[in-house]
Design a protein around this ligand. Sequence first.
Ligand SMILES: *Cc1c(COP(=O)(O)O)cnc(C)c1O
Length: 425
Amino acid sequence: MTSPVWHPFTQHGLHEPIPHVVRAEGALLHLADGGTLIDGISSWWVTTHGHCNPRIAAAIARQAATLDQLIFAGYTHAPAEEVARGLIAIAPRAPDQPTLSHVFYSDSGSTAVEVAIKMALGYWHNLGQPERHRILVLEHGYHGDTIGTMSMGERGVYNAAWTPLLFDVGTIPFPAPGAEQATLDALEAACALRPAAFIVEPLILGAGGMLIYPPHVLGEMAAICRRHGVLFIADEVMTGWGRTGTLFACEQAGVVPDIMAVAKGITGGALPLAATLATAAIFDAHCSTDRARLFYHSSSYTANAIACAAAAENLAIWQEEDVLGRIANLAQGIAARLDTLSRHPAFAHPRQLGTIAAIDLIAADAGYLSDLAPRLRAFFLERGLLLRPLGNTIYLLPPYCMDAGQLDRIFDALAEAGDFFGANA
Ligand SMILES: *Cc1c(COP(=O)(O)O)cnc(C)c1O
């Protein structure tokens, strides 16, 4: 019997196998046919501590039996209050910069970014400067799959059908090694035209191909925005929760954004939840006795209590366990193996930031629509690995509980893929 399920980013006409997962634990997925897979990409970048973390699972069970869901317009509950205070306490801070002081909940990275953009335009609108509505973005960026977030991301085959609906943005060139000054100059020129905001993925562009740029460039970009009064928005949806080696990527540059979007790892990867953090200036622009100035955004499940309880437990884990130590160990294990792999003639551009590693496979045909990525995916699946290359870029983004034996199995398979698919092979 064929399934009625329509999967995301899946070409059903190709009839590729769709593994059926029945159980998960740590870095391991158990399949219906009795096999197992090592989850090398944290189930699309969300699982931080590992699947089915017992502390988070217990917190979810407790909350589900206490208070499940509550209208959040004009009502509140303990898990949402606790997580908001917790987020503010751990948010990036720096001397002489305003602190992030307010938390708005939503339920995915895309909506957290949509909320960030709505806050930015709401800010200028309420300040009597509605002409400041243009958004600056970084080339090769990705911020989600809704119409608004697609507008701010790289254009390509994956959003061609909706081009007529996408709004115009100003694109700042990616600060590739050696071309950083061109990026800063372009940003300076664009900021002089008084846009509303500049949104970036701090330190590493994820879906754009795991492209890394240095903290000093992030710091200089934020400083240019501050000088021009342009709001600086950090999309920490992928980079947050320790992914880049620090809790948030902005910390490495001493940058406090005006608005920051977090999602993915906020519940440890167990439930959908997102938050958009803002400074007092952004909040105050909406705070008034005038109802017309309130922030007009909500979704049915805003601050779902069970999801918030999972996030509260995640925050407790960060506070009570040496998560950063675990991340540093994992990053070291990855670095040593990546160094060996980079000597393989089929690979180029090894790069790593915290627990994210990427390397490019030198193959004959490597475009997004070439069948290299799905063939690689199938190759890894046959070897018991969940990996999902971006074109010819193979990357690793493991849960922090991954052990040395599991890393070995992944890197052995990467070398084998180089032997098998490499143009020089
Ligand atoms: C994944 C991602 C998003 C979108 O998050 P969803 O939860 O998938 O909507 C936005 N920004 C970045 C940087 C991401 O990696």
